[in-house]
Design a protein. Sequence first.
Length: 311
Amino acid sequence: MKKKYLLSVLFLLLVLNVQGQQDPHYTQYMYNMNVINPAYAGSKESISGGILYRQQWVGLQGAPKTATLSIHSPVGKNVGLGLSVISDKIGPIEENNVYGDFSYTLNLGGEHRLALGLKAGATIHKVGLLSEIGNGFVRQPGDISFSENTNSTFFNLGTGLFYYTQKYYVAFSLPNMIKNDYLDVSQNGNQIQFGSEALHYFLTGGYVFQLSDNLKYKPSAMIKSSVNAPVSFDLSSNFLFSERFEAGLTYRLDDSFGAMVNFAITPSIKVGYAYDRVISDINFTAPASHEFMLLFDLNMVKKVSISPRFF
């Protein structure tokens, strides 16, 4: 009886997710900007990129697992190009996104820059519920909404703004501007649609305070919002020691709190980890989330001195 109850709860979580597909959470969002904002592409004056893997709600069967890959570079005085790939799996639902990024940067005087970005690509959406039956997911007899596996590809566009100096930044983005419907099922010659992708808005910002020669304080924040979903608010407070080791605390409103650390193995390679302690109602089943990160920066022209950037 207990097992059947748990399976029913998991199935309900799945249905709620399908009704309004949500973009993944990132605790280390300040180092994963290219994925959510195309205007960030080319802003670091070098070939830059990273790999991030997040396992959310550890202990809950079918919990979200997300992997991202991003790379971007300036290709001219004001133009930047990038590529971002996201793989997101929640139970039997798998979504893969491949997007190209374009940015154009306006020089506003001094060190002030405003970048305008566009993102274009495809989303491959798969629902393999039939293959999951017996692995913890059940379907009520006669329910047509999950009577077959689906595999669909959708085109989408995104846009963003990124205003920055050497000390701070403010950014706004809408990674997916086209609302696509999915999980269409045929019944008696009619198409019945059970789910759609929610449009998400991201507002981010951060500042770098120089506390001493070897210590910097880096607060940052992110507001994530979508139609018919609660607003998500993230706040981070990090300290950077000798421009090599960074540690801090994080808080996501009504969801989790935790810590993050990262270490520069070399001036061009950095590794990081974030731990989230869940405080929402799901914490009795899934008390924590984990996130791992690898970043790299490659200076294309060794003779050119590039000003350090800390975001």
